[in-house]
Design a protein around this ligand. Structure first.
Ligand code: HAS
Length: 561
């Protein structure tokens, strides 16, 4: 499909700005492993402090990159399937909000005035520009939903009995989840944090802020994940040389995400004393519910891949696995997606460990956690994003891939890095190694009384994985920007791989409309969150003053000394 120059420029900016920032994000990832392995035994390196680097790492990689990509990919998907470009004025306004927000937050972090990590939990306090930046980024990313909803309604009027394309359904569901969950974080930022940061209030309600954050925070992970799921369902079977085993399974999975993505945030607060056990138990059960669409996906995609392998002439039960196009340089998206799936097997299983109230007591706030989430957000999510960014840039600009052989190796290198890295972190976590801690200052410094020799092998393993991931990440940046210097030598068009369905399944109206699902979603949300907020209201102690991450004394007392 041919698209206008303005639309192309918009997509290129939405892809390339976060990829440029990723250089900083990846660098700070490597620095984390170096600090934690005790190679550096100091609070800062190259004038960037440990927590400042960790904040830059989390915010750039997990918030900025993912949000810009979701919007760019959503624009491409909607335009491709609806055969119509979104309204450009709305799209550019959305981009401007997101870009200004990113600049404000980046300034605050680089100036060392917002070392509050990507969860920006109070009582850590940031400069007002950080909160304002976050709010602008979020509001900017809301606008496309209204744009696409209009396109969808118009399309549906002309095609009332045609099944909504799965990719369109996924995009709309993802941004509805995003809109609903960000309402809570918008309240947290605008009503609790910004006035506190501006000095209009002196203390903050930490428990309320955390509960509002996690109303948003777990749905956030599915906002990251769903673009990758759209790729798994609508592209991977085709890339593998087969068909999608069941289109209906994809629809069921997507609608289940709509129901269960948000009312599970309390599973991040199992250790918070203000929330009672009943609420924790209920949201814990719903957390097992949110794993169901991923199990559906695992079986559906495995069946699709098996079909592809058999079509390619495989024999026996597992022969199909060997027949897939793992190293085909022209079909490189397959490599990115299959590696993401392999990592997600482990990311998903560790998620189920986290979800169990009892097991969570063992791993909460240990390095097990980053072990889990690097096999999810740095697994299918990151690999889907970087593979698709290269693909979209190359096809829409008409430029060939730079270093195609390296391009197809990157996901495997990254996967090996993540597997080593996460093994180190999770093994360490089981030995009690804390997350978000500059271990080189104490526990990994042999001169310290607190030295823990049993954490040397685990952090060294994580360092090794971190170095491999860093190399793969930098190679991606070279491949992505390298394409910009190549001559245009192919047709420039918006063209996404489209998987055919294996079965000709009839359209079931329930799985092709939003209303019943939205009503159920709201009901479950109310049942899950009214008691949680009542708990917070009843059991929260006094508000807290501001702290910095490296000092147990409130900022005001330090400043008065
Ligand atoms: Fe999680 C904490 C539970 C999924 C990200 N999670 C986090 C944090 C992040 C994160 C960033 O219950 C840390 C937040 C912080 O900073 O404090 N998580 C889960 C559960 C799932 C889950 C039950 N998480 C994700 C995804 C993420 C993500 C997805 C990012 C994208 N997580 C938790 C809990 C905590 C938590 C607790 C809080 C812990 C605490 O104490 O703080 C589920 O959605 C997982 C379901 C997934 C599956 C896997 C299905 C497998 C598939 C692959 C199939 C492979 C094939 C290939 C077909 C059941 C689909 C075959 C081909 C061949 C060739 C073999």
């Amino acid at each position: 499909m041919q698209v206008s120059k303005s639309f192309k420029t918009l997509i290129f900016l939405e892809l390339s700005i976060p990829v440029a920032l990723l250089t900083l994000g990846i660098y700070h990832g490597l620095m984390q492993t170096i600090f934690r392995a005790g190679v550096l035994q100091q609070a800062a390196f190259a004038k960037l402090e440990y927590y400042q680097g960790l904040t830059l790492h989390g915010v750039i990689n997990a918030v900025v990159l993912t949000t810009f990509f979701a919007v760019a990919f959503g624009h491409a998907t909607m335009a491709f399937y609806m055969k119509k470009e979104p309204n450009k004025m709305i799209a550019w306004t959305s981009f401007s909000f997101m870009a200004i927000g990113t600049v404000l937050a980046a300034w605050a972090m680089l100036a060392g005035k917002a070392s509050v990590l990507y969860t920006f939990y109070p009582p850590l306090k940031a400069h007002p520009f950080f909160y304002l930046g976050a709010a602008l980024l979020i509001v900017g990313s809301w606008l496309p939903l209204f744009n696409w909803a209009r396109m969808y309604v118009q399309w549906k009027r002309g095609n009332p009995t045609t099944k909504t394309p799965l990719a369109v359904l996924g995009t709309l569901i993802n941004f509805i989840i995003w809109f609903v969950c960000t309402l809570a974080v918008a309240y947290e930022v605008l009503v609790l944090l910004l006035p506190w940061s501006l000095g209009w209030t002196t203390t903050v309600n930490v428990t309320l802020a955390r509960t509002l954050f996690w109303f948003f925070g777990h749905a956030l992970v599915y906002f990251w994940l769903l673009p990758a799921y759209i790729m798994f369902y609508t592209m991977l079977p085709k890339l593998a040389g087969g068909k999608l085993y069941s289109d209906l399974a994809g629809r069921v999975a997507l609608f289940l995400f709509l129901l269960f993505s948000i009312p599970v945030g309390v599973h991040h607060q199992y250790s918070d004393p203000s929330i009672t056990q009943g609420v924790k138990f209920f949201q814990g059960m719903l957390t097992f519910g949110v794993a169901i669409p991923s199990f559906i996906t695992a079986f559906t995609i495995a069946a699709s891949l098996e079909y592809a392998g058999r079509k390619r002439g495989s024999k026996g039960w597992f022969g199909w696995m060997a027949r897939l196009p793992y190293l085909d340089t022209r079909n490189y998206m397959f490599a990115y997606l299959i590696c993401g799936l392999i990592l997600f097997v482990f990311g998903g299983l560790t998620g189920i460990v986290n979800a169990s109230y009892q097991l969570n007591n063992v791993i909460h706030n240990t390095s097990w956690l980053p072990g889990h989430f690097h096999m999810t957000v740095a697994g299918p999510v990151f690999l889907g994003i970087i593979g698709m960014s290269t693909y979209m840039y190359s096809t829409m600009s008409g430029r060939k891939i730079f270093m195609p052989k390296v391009n197809v190796i990157i996901p495997y290198l990254w996967t090996i890095g993540v597997l080593i890295f996460s093994t180190g972190l999770m093994w360490g976590g089981l030995l009690g190694e804390p997350r978000r801690t500059n271990l080189g200052m104490t526990y990994l410094n042999p001169k310290s009384e607190l030295f823990r020799p049993d954490w040397v092998p685990t952090t060294t393993l994580a360092l090794l994985g971190g170095i491999i991931m860093f190399i793969a990440g930098m190679l991606f940046i070279v491949v992505f920007f390298g394409a910009m210097f190549r001559k245009k030598n192919q047709v420039a068009e918006l063209n996404l791989p489209v998987s055919e369905a294996y079965h000709d399944e009839k359209r079931i109206p329930l799985f092709d409309q939003f209303k019943p699902w939205l009503v159920t979603m709201v009901l479950i949300l109310l049942i899950a969150y009214i008691p949680a907020l009542m708990n917070v209201n009843k059991n929260t102690g006094p508000n807290a003053p501001a702290f910095t991450p490296d000092n147990p004394v409130p900022v005001q007392i330090i400043n008065n000394k």
